[in-house]
Design a protein around this ligand. Sequence first.
Ligand code: FAD
Length: 463
Amino acid sequence: MPNQEHDLIVIGAGPGGYVAAIRGAQLGLNVACVEQDPVLGGTCLRIGCIPSKALLESSDRFYEARERFAIHGIHPTEVTLDLPAMMRRKEQVVTTLTRGVEALLKKNKITRYLGRGRIKGLGRVNVMNSEQVTELKAKHIIIATGSKPATLPGIELDSAYIGTSTEALSFPEVPRHLVVIGGGYIGLELGTVWRRLGAKVTVLEFLDRILNGMDSEIVSEARKVFAKQGLEFRLGTKVSAAKVQNGSCVVDVVGGEPIHCDRVLLAVGRTPNTEHLGLEEVGIVLHKKGYIPVNAKFATIAEGIYAIGDAIAGPMLAHKAEEEGVACVEQIVTGYGHVNYDAIPAVVYTDPEIASVGQTEEQLKEAGIDYRKGSFPFRANGRARTLGQVDGFVKVLAHANTDRILGVHILGPHAGDLINEAGAAIAFGATSEDLARTCHVHPTLGEGMREAAMAVSGRAIHI
Ligand SMILES: Cc1cc2nc3c(=O)[nH]c(=O)nc-3n(C[C@H](O)[C@H](O)[C@H](O)COP(=O)(O)OP(=O)(O)OC[C@H]3O[C@@H](n4cnc5c(N)ncnc54)[C@H](O)[C@@H]3O)c2cc1C
């Protein structure tokens, strides 16, 4: 059994794991990164953020060319879909980026182990692949094993017709009717892709709203826009079963007629990937939701063993995993390093995009925090007019006494890029006055952010 010694072993090479490994190497550690998949980058690069955004981009081009070019005076004679070519482009984007991660690990002299990592005791990890078991030793171990799609009782996943986001990223043809179970961001993004490419899309959601946890004013406006795009929503709908029958799918809902369709996407959230890791060998007991309990330094109760990313509590987002990767390693090496969870944005890449950072109005009300609110609609923004994308608005929430920005929520074009300014404002403890007095380039969508900040004190100019 080959035996290797390192300072730090990172299990998992997703955005949490590979970023932690690189930061460790930068800080002078001899780092090992254990990944079971031959392709690096984790869920995010292989079957998550990147392929979904590549398809959102391609499907948007197709939809634009068909439906929106005419208003610009452009009349393409024929717009046809070459789905295999669209999928090949997506794969190329993924390959370029995953190879980039490979190059970064090499550049930082990180030793890569291909195989399944399992903790064998404090400071010990075994890596198993079809050829051998390698025993690794290190003072520090970071678990960054990510998450997997959650399942529902009664849903018979067959990886062809009834599948998860992984299958919906690679359908071989455009479904006639796609039923999406779950109105969260993954279901809405992939539902949007296939809707734009021509599928009828029905979203079934157990709750009486979509995008649970996001600001409800923004979400209810978004739902109206999505409905205009043809996404059909059935809220308060409990799915009891889904199966393939005579070559088509049947989805049973409680108290309603079964729905017949040709594809089902199960998108009811994700669960931490924390099984079969040998945690019991070192006394780590999982939370009942499956994640690994850690303290503010990402340390588990087992000495020298840490966990980050989707494997621990908190929003399952790639940039959150990256933040934790960096902070965890900095804690280990320098004793400092932290994540500001109030300043972690979240984005839904629909059209328009939805982006938010900080607290929602509901959260502020529930916490009894007095706040003032300023909103500004994109229909009053010059740049949005030139883009022809005027749906949505920016909302800034600031503390009633201190004026400190507590939350920013955006529905609108490029909301995902705009939100970074709001994240920086919250991270620096900025007030709405600070944002309102910051000169913003004209004509840009960012001016909408400034106007919303001005609206907090009732002095937006263009509305
Ligand atoms: C369709 C989809 C779209 C998404 N879009 C976005 C988005 O736009 N923005 C965003 O921020 N987030 C998005 N996410 C979520 C994002 O992908 C995750 O939050 C992120 O990848 C978590 O990073 P991680 O490093 O914790 O885990 P992961 O990326 O899941 O990586 C964990 C890695 O660990 C490996 N592993 C697991 N167990 C072992 C083991 N025992 N031994 C060795 N290796 C192991 C896995 O193979 C995997 O490569 C999306 C997810 C999906 C599914």
